[in-house]
Design a protein around this ligand. Structure first.
Ligand code: SF4
Ligand code: SF4
Length: 466
């Protein structure tokens, strides 16, 4: 099946905005600690806020401008935005302390954090931001992006291959001897041989090819396939854009503020990649690219993205792409009687199952309606983690968290395939994400309670001895 609205590999610039709307929340971050005041003038690269629960990762000002804090809840607005004036914002005292503790590699890691490049890193197993002072057993670098409509590695790399390989060298300099696994779509392709020429002699880079089937680009799946088990230490993971950000931070000491994101889906005029900075007004993107009068905008791809509500003003710091689907507001007249010549279905119950290739135009129309699980097992068949989403869904429905844990909820890689194939339209992916968090919280509470009990017992023993 071919999809209408796949972004092309070209990158188009967007007009400079005069106002930026920086969300204080993104998928992983909550920039809760504000570092600026209302009305303050800031330069590009200044830290505006910080996520204290995520190693202090900063929200950087993408441009010079004046800060507005009260205009919109959960946003920092930059007005009077001028052309970029970059400067490296490094704290000398902090640097000498880090140099003493961790040497040159520590300085580099601190530089990555303060210049906005660290937020491109993931813990491959948990998806969270890794500890910048931690020691990984290996790093996975992926140039592959398989979710429909999301930003492609080749678009990111266009004319920047040497920046990429220099970024790999910097990445290696953060490590002692651990390997870097470079994930490629096809190691015999022209693109792969170009990269191979650039990294000739880098014995620490191991090139690996993955099948071009979603979700083989998932870091958790890649780590498991390579045999990097969680109990042997963290595995760091980073995508093409992250390696380019590392190069910018460590070669030029410049903050990473511009991102190349995809803009795709059947509701887009000419699907492509665009160059924007965090906070870029969503309205500008909508006005320029969305032709459907009723369209749903999604932050990310159709399988793992989040719907952008009317209240969303600007793109967040983690955005990799915007997907736009035509919104179906009314049910199709006699939709059930249509043969489905150009629409796909996991159950292969449409006539399209007889066609080898056809162009499908995705929209937000639901095939079927929300209803209880009908035990069709589609979610179990398709789950790449080999777990039983329908069973976990039923456990959670009855608040049986322990049983959900025993059903290995932790193995879920959050790919969203189960939600996609479910004919009852149950959002299984979100339920599993919530369940994983709940299980972790409960474990943490048990751990704290155990420590509290041990402390009480210790004190009691001390008093008895006295
Ligand atoms: S449970 Fe769903 S989201 Fe999780 S790995 Fe399986 S198919 Fe993917
Ligand atoms: S795909 Fe949906 S309806 Fe089918 S078993 Fe899974 S949860 Fe139930």
């Amino acid at each position: 099946m071919l999809l209408q609205g796949k972004p092309e590999g070209v990158v188009k610039p967007m007009p400079e905005p005069d106002k930026l709307y920086l969300p204080l929340r993104s998928e992983r971050f909550m920039f809760g600690e504000l570092l600026v005041k209302d009305g303050q003038d800031v330069q590009g690269g200044d830290a505006l806020a910080r996520d204290v629960n995520n190693h202090g990762v900063p929200l950087l000002a993408p441009r010079t401008g004046r800060v507005r804090l009260d205009e919109k809840e959960n946003y920092i607005i930059l007005e009077d935005v001028a052309k970029l004036e970059e400067h490296a914002d490094m704290d000398k005292e902090e640097l000498s302390h880090i140099e003493r503790e961790m040497g040159a590699a520590g300085i580099k890691r601190y530089r990555l954090l303060s210049l906005g490049a660290w937020q491109f890193f993931y813990d491959a197993h948990t998806g969270e931001l890794p500890d910048p002072l931690g020691t990984p057993q290996a790093i996975i670098v992926s140039t592959v992006s398989l979710e429909p409509f999301l930003s492609r590695g080749d678009a990111q790399l266009h004319n920047r291959l040497s920046n990429f390989t220099r970024g790999l060298e910097h990445l290696q300099s953060l490590l002692e001897y651990q390997p870097i696994y470079l994930i490629m779509p096809d190691i015999k392709s022209e693109f792969a041989s170009l990269i191979r020429n650039h990294i000739r002699g880098y014995a620490w880079v191991k090139m690996l090819e993955v099948p071009l089937t979603y979700p083989y680009d998932s870091f958790a799946i890649l780590a498991r396939k390579i045999g990097l088990n969680r109990d042997k230490g963290p595995v760091w993971a980073v995508r093409t854009e992250g390696v380019l950000a590392i190069d910018r931070a460590l070669t030029l000491s410049k903050p990473c503020m511009v991102r190349i994101i995809s803009i795709g889906g059947a509701g887009i005029n000419s699907p492509t990649h665009i160059k924007v900075m965090p906070g870029y007004p969503l309205k500008h993107i909508r006005d320029q690219y969305v032709f459907e009068p009723a369209a749903r905008m999604i932050n990310g791809g159709i399988l793992t993205g989040q719907m952008l509500g009317e209240e969303t003003l600007g793109i967040d710091t983690e955005c990799r792409g915007i997907t736009v689907l035509p919104e179906l507001r009314e049910r199709e007249f006699l939709g059930f009687a249509r043969p489905g010549w150009s629409r796909s279905c996991y159950a292969a119950c449409y006539l399209s199952a007889l066609r080898k290739k056809f162009l499908e135009r995705f929209n937000t129309g639901m095939r079927g309606e929300g209803r209880p699980c009908i035990s069709c097992n589609f979610c179990e068949d398709i789950c790449p983690a080999g777990i039983t989403p329908h069973l976990i869904h039923k456990y959670l429905y009855r608040d049986l968290v322990e049983e959900a844990e025993q059903a290995r909820t932790d193995l879920c890689v959050e790919c969203g395939l189960c939600s996609y194939v479910c004919p009852s339209k149950i959002d299984l992916r979100q339920q599993l994400i919530d369940a994983k968090k709940l299980i972790e919280q409960e474990k943490e509470e048990i751990r704290k309670e155990k420590m509290r009990q041990e402390e009480l017992a210790r004190k009691a023993a001390e008093e008895k001895n006295e």
